[in-house]
Design a protein around this ligand. Structure first.
Ligand SMILES: *Cc1c(COP(=O)(O)O)cnc(C)c1O
Length: 250
């Protein structure tokens, strides 16, 4: 067994914090109370603004996010209530009115529907390209392009894209590169290590694995992490099961 295989089993687990329990327990909750105003101030100082309310997640989510982030080789991850939600909010983190986005023509269908129905309505121009053809990218990318969203292997057709080359070209235009990594998962491919800025997984699929949960996760590099998480929090994106009392926060 190599180190990666060992990491897959152990990452995000801290039994010493839970009386030796192997898995981080699931806690449910919303409001976090404190005993005094000074404790509240201290709490916010230590944990940052996102620790005082369940919507921002807490240690159960953080355990999961830290495991995924380590596997993806990112600066940090954020969970979403579905894989699609992770795709759409990662895109929202990378656009503004009048932006141009390029999306691989083999992208997961509902992501395409989001782009065609929501992004377009907000004044973002959406164009599709064959992500296996770098010339198609260089022909279409321009100074207004803020995001290039690819999926490799692509949904259904399984074409592979040159993520490193696409990232190099996109970054010359200041565009962020988003990769839906649901099919490969970081076990087989780590987009951020090849220059992508955000890697997304539908947790519903391989991570969940038993058709009994819906969840998504997006992982970003250091330059993009704040942009991604801020957007997620502004939209109120969260997962209700992944909450843990402040008493056991790391
Ligand atoms: C299923 C899937 C999604 C969406 O995940 P949900 O959790 O069902 O919303 C996104 N991308 C790919 C490649 C998928 O297969």
């Amino acid at each position: 067994m190599n180190q990666f295989s060992t990491d897959v089993i152990n990452l995000g687990r801290t039994p010493e914090r839970f009386d030796g329990l192997v898995n981080t327990p699931v806690f449910r909750g919303s409001t976090i109370v404190v005993n005094s105003f000074s404790e509240w101030e201290e709490f916010k100082r230590n944990g940052g603004v996102y620790r005082h309310y369940g919507r921002f997640g807490a240690a159960t989510a953080k355990s999961f996010e830290s495991a995924i982030s380590a596997l993806e080789g990112g600066a940090g991850s954020i969970v979403f209530p579905s894989g699609l939600s992770a795709c759409t909010h990662a895109l929202m983190a990378c656009v503004e009115a009048n932006s141009h986005v390029l999306i691989a023509d083999n992208i997961y269908g509902p992501t395409r529907n989001f782009a065609d129905n929501i992004l377009v309505r907000m004044g973002v121009s959406v164009e599709y390209f064959d992500s296996t053809n770098l010339e198609a990218l260089t022909e279409k990318i321009n100074d207004r392009t803020t995001a290039v969203f690819i999926e490799s292997p692509g949904s259904m057709t399984f074409e592979l894209s040159d993520v490193a080359a696409i990232s190099t070209i996109s970054h010359q235009y200041g565009a962020k590169v988003l990769v839906d990594n649901s099919w490969a998962t970081p076990l087989l491919f780590q987009p951020l290590k090849h220059g992508a800025d955000i890697s997304i997984q539908s947790v519903t699929k391989y991570i969940g694995g038993h058709s009994d949960i819906l969840m998504g996760v997006a992982t970003a590099n250091a330059e993009t992490y704040q942009q991604l998480t801020k957007t997620g929090h502004l939209f109120g994106e969260t997962t209700s099961l992944l909450f843990l009392s402040r008493n056991v926060l790391p």
